[in-house]
Structures are given as C-alpha cells and as structure tokens.
Design a protein around this ligand. Structure first.
Ligand code: FES
Length: 122
C-alpha cells in the first residue's frame, strides 16, 4: 500500500490554506489539481518558477527543479510542479514574480545582460 503525506499550501493570493494527502512519489501540483485545487503554474516542467513556494516546515524535493538556483533552493524555495511528496510539508505561495526577480532581476531589466546567470554553475 502506498503511503501518503499531508501537504499544506498557504495560497496567499487566494486567502486559502489547503491540505491534501499526497501519495508518496507523486507530484504535489498534479495531486492538488486532481483533488480539486489547481494552484498557480505555467510551464509544469520546473523551468518558469510560476509555481514557486517558500517552505515553512518539512523539506521539499529539488531533484527536478532545474529552474531554481542552488542559492534559492538553500534559502527555502521550491517548485511544486516538479516536487514529489517525500514527507509532510507546509509551504506558502510566493509573491508575484518573487522568485524570478530574486533569481534574474539583477541580470535582466536594466538594459544589459551580464554573463554568469545563476543557473550556469549547476
Ligand atoms: S510551473 Fe513552471 S516551474 Fe513549475
């Protein structure tokens, strides 16, 4: 029998706190959709950061989070579209474009693009 873990998402923009039991190894974003709660997303493959969250408790699976720099992972951010349930977890949704701006804001939007994007060294 497959184990499940309680995953809680503080969906700040919607003013909701949602908890679902997600079977071990299943993608959290997809499981929430299947259980009637479609959370924010765009690419669904770990690249755009639209589904980024901050971890409040527990640890999030980073194995497929290609679009998130090592620095932001270590600062407690994760991507729900490619995070599989590996244990109890509580997260909150990011502010709009928060992760994108943290990761790329210093490189884009000032008229010049600098070398050495944060994803290059991984
Ligand atoms: S939806 Fe794009 S990184 Fe998750």
């Amino acid at each position: 029998m497959t184990r499940s873990f309680p995953i809680t998402v503080h969906w700040r923009q919607a003013g909701r706190v949602i908890t679902h039991a997600v079977p071990e190894g299943e993608y959290i974003l997809r499981s929430f959709e299947q259980q009637g709660d479609p959370l924010p997303f765009s690419c669904r493959n770990g690249c755009c950061t639209a589904c980024a969250v901050r971890v409040l408790s527990g640890s999030i699976d980073h194995h497929e989070a290609l679009g998130l720099s090592k620095d932001l992972r270590s600062r407690g951010y994760g991507l729900l579209c490619v995070a599989r349930a590996t244990g109890p977890l509580e997260v909150e949704t990011q502010d709009e474009d928060e992760v994108y701006d943290l990761q790329f804001g210093q490189f884009f939007g000032r008229g010049t693009v600098r070398a050495g994007l944060p994803l290059d060294d991984e």
